[in-house]
Design a protein around this ligand. Structure first.
Ligand code: PBG
Length: 336
């Protein structure tokens, strides 16, 4: 045998030299669920170790995360029912607690990168990402609502806005509104290929934002489609997206690498709530080792082409790193 691939796997040092992909906390984004309370820390039942945080706990969480090297956060509001209406007006209301907490985080921790969620569902009595009339989602009438939300979020100090609604034309519409209001430096991380997925369950429970009727299949993509992601990517990039996103992540690794190989725009992967919950559930049963599974999962998302990974394991991974976790022992056994 002239070729023996195992020679390049002989020791940890050699494996380290030929490792093709690097993963660092810099690539990761931590999602946070915010509630309109001075102090609160309610666990999300379907996603262990994730909490709905009050103002005080949010600021503490950001501070603790920064100490672990985490700088990137994506924020979601848990909106009380009495603030919800058909037009999601609370989304751009001046009293909106989500905008106020954001401004406070930015004031105290200017080194953070804060990413928003632009969509009607947390604020809407219908629980849909767009405006509902006669059971239909009305695309073009949703755009001005999203644009108002986007401008209010830019004013609050978000670095990147994350339209997660999948309406046609929303990136360009938002970009124009932002520029007209003077927010030329506020970026857009577009949810480009967001699929109608079974894996958003724990998130909708955390936010209490499930659709009241129907499903999201007329705007979120069909899991059967890959090439269609190229159409969405071309549009988002042409309309001014600074990042494009694939969501969920693990069942869509092919879509991640397709977008990575066909565009020059940075690609984010959203490792969603249901995907994280599955790993935790299996680990709780003692069926897998959570540290190893998290490390492998995030590494594979990088290998597939993700520049950025949004994951509920950001803090878990940062802690593993801080504690000196090594994917493998450096001390080699005497024989191999
Ligand atoms: C809503 C939104 C959803 C997620 C992020 N933004 C849910 C949905 O589309 O129903 C899901 C994230 C997750 O499951 O972790 N616009």
């Amino acid at each position: 045998m002239l070729k023996r691939p195992r020679r390049n796997r002989k020791t940890a040092a050699i494996r380290g030299m030929v490792r093709e992909t690097q993963l660092s906390v810099e690539n990761l984004v931590q999602p946070l669920f915010l509630v309109s309370k001075e102090t609160s820390r309610e666990p999300v039942k379907s996603l262990p170790n994730t909490y709905r945080l009050g103002i005080r706990e949010t600021l503490k969480e950001v501070e603790d995360s920064l100490n672990l090297g985490i700088t990137n956060f994506i924020l979601f509001p848990v909106v009380p029912d009495q603030y919800k209406d058909k037009f999601a007006t609370y989304g751009h209301h001046e009293d909106n607690f989500y905008l106020k907490i954001t401004a406070e985080i930015k004031r105290r921790f200017p080194e953070t990168c804060l990413i928003s969620d632009v969509a009607m569902d947390p604020y809407s009595t219908d629980g849909h990402d767009g405006l509902v009339r006669d059971g239909k989602i009305i695309n073009d009438e949703t755009l001005p609502i999203l644009a108002k939300m986007a401008v209010a979020q830019a004013a609050a100090g978000f670095d990147l806005l994350g339209p997660s609604d999948m309406m046609d034309g929303r990136v360009g519409y938002m970009r124009q509104a932002l520029d007209a209001a003077g927010y030329t430096d506020t970026g857009i991380m577009a949810y480009t290929a967001k699929y109608a997925s079974a894996f958003y369950g724990p998130f909708r429970q955390a936010l209490d934002s499930a659709p009241k009727a129907g499903d999201k299949k007329t705007y979120q993509m069909d899991p059967a489609n890959q090439r269609e992601a190229l159409i969405e990517a071309a549009l988002d990039i042409e309309e001014g997206a600074d990042f494009i996103m694939v969501k969920p992540a693990l069942n869509y690794l092919d879509v991640i690498s397709l977008l990575k190989n066909n565009t020059e725009t940075p690609v984010s992967a959203y490792h969603v709530s249901g995907e994280c919950a599955m790993l935790i559930a299996a680990a709780e049963k003692g069926w897998i080792d959570l540290d190893q599974a998290v490390q492998e999962t995030l590494m594979c998302l990088r290998r597939a082409g993700s520049d950025v990974i949004i994951t509920y394991f950001t803090k878990h991974y940062a802690r593993m790193m801080k504690q000196g976790y090594m994917p493998e022992e450096r001390k080699e056994p005497k024989t191999h």
